[in-house]
Design a binder for this molecule. Structure first.
Ligand code: NDP
Length: 347
């Protein structure tokens, strides 16, 4: 059995979801009530691979909302309790979705293996970042040519280059052979280490990288107030919005700037679940985060281990393995909006 640990995008959205799912006491609860509420296993689902194989899974809502990020103890308890619930349900492999993997890493929860009477078994959990990184690379490689961008000559900026997903994307694109990688993050020491590992790439601040880039891969959670003038961007410019939350469309999409929802996959048939409706997917019956899909893929493949774990451990071999499984079982990376591509062709 596979598991997915997720959360709502805001308290307001969480309340309306609770009402729809038949939890009126949560729908009426205030922020303090949500802070103490335990995780819920809200849905089970059967998933059929394109190969015909069927697996069973469960969605666990951690009852965390991003407004709790500033409350260290609450965020920590939410993530660990959701993991405990997954393990108590004997789920073999569970993906930590949304902010839960970031909380796990940034709050160093690896030290917190004991929760109440349970010793968490790390091999039952995955961040899902290997599949996310592979999907984002596919989105770059498939969509750039559709806009007339020749990757072999293109400048590709990776915003969040030193992160777990970003560094894997850089390694993959370096091997693919793009014109130049522009490496963007805040901590210079880590950028220099990455540059030396890659044996290339140019370190630039965000505001200098953007006007140079033909492709921008966003794999950082950026401040809401980030203001960048779309007029300063190259045209065409392909943007892969891989961060969470996905908010670049409203900031940038316009004449010549094309935004793809990064790290999202579409399954070959309806999944028959409700959960992604709340994650604002365009086709919630089939679309889901690539990190969630990784748990499904590991279950399909019988790989019951923490496949994606820790920081900057993602190898190209692991990306190829999970990418091959992704295609085999019927997942496809989201691409450019066909309506916008049609407009481009008509020009
Ligand atoms: P990490 O914490 O490992 O990496 C974050 C990276 O972003 C680091 O390089 C960090 O470097 C950089 N960064 C953070 N803030 C800024 C900033 N203001 N300006 C420039 N760089 C910045 O995160 P992950 O790699 O695990 O995840 C990256 C993103 O992908 C997250 O937003 C996460 O939520 C999202 N994600 C999306 C998924 C999906 O859509 N399917 C699945 C999993 C994750 P520094 O601190 O030095 O600036």
């Amino acid at each position: 059995m596979f598991g997915l640990i997720g959360h709502s995008t805001s308290l307001e959205e969480a309340r309306s979801k609770a009402l729809a799912l038949g939890y009126p006491e949560y729908a009426e609860g205030d922020f303090e009530m949500w802070c103490v509420a335990p995780p819920q296993l809200v849905e089970t689902v059967h998933v059929t691979s394109r190969t015909g194989q069927v697996i069973e899974g469960a969605y666990i809502d951690s009852v965390f909302v991003p407004e709790m990020l500033s409350r260290f103890k609450t965020a920590r308890r939410k993530v660990l309790s959701a993991m405990e619930l997954a393990q108590k349900n004997d789920i073999a492999i569970t993906a930590l979705g949304g902010f839960t993997s970031i909380i796990f890493e940034n709050f160093n929860l690896l030290k917190e293996q004991h929760i109440r009477g349970t010793t968490l078994e790390w091999e039952r959990f995955t961040t899902g970042n290997t599949h996310t990184a592979w999907v984002i690379c596919q989105q770059v490689e498939r969509n750039a040519p559709l806009l007339g961008i020749d990757l072999a000559k293109a400048k590709v900026a990776v915003v969040g280059a030193t992160g777990d997903i970003g560094s894997a994307v850089c390694r993959w694109l370096q091997r693919t052979g793009v014109g130049e990688l522009l490496l963007v993050a805040r901590q210079q020491q880590r950028l220099q280490e990455l540059q030396s590992d890659l044996g290339g790439g140019r370190i630039l601040p965000l505001e200098e990288a953007l006007p140079e880039a033909d492709v921008v891969v966003w794999v950082a959670s950026l401040p809401q107030g980030l203001a960048i003038d779309p007029a300063s961007l190259k045209k065409p410019c392909l943007m892969i919005d891989g961060g969470y939350p996905k908010n670049l469309d409203s900031k940038f999409a316009g004449e010549g700037v094309y935004v793809v929802k990064g790290g999202i996959v579409e399954f070959w048939q309806d999944l028959g679940w409700q959960m992604m409706e709340v994650a604002e997917m365009e086709n919630p019956r089939r679309q889901l985060f690539a990190c969630f899909a990784e748990a499904m893929l590991l279950e399909f493949e019988g790989i019951h281990t923490n496949f994606s774990w820790g920081r900057n451990n993602i190898t190209l071999e692991a990306m190829e393995l999970i990418g091959g499984a992704s295609l085999r079982h019927g997942f496809q990376a989201l691409g450019l909006d066909p309506a916008r591509l049609g407009q481009l062709a008509a020009v």
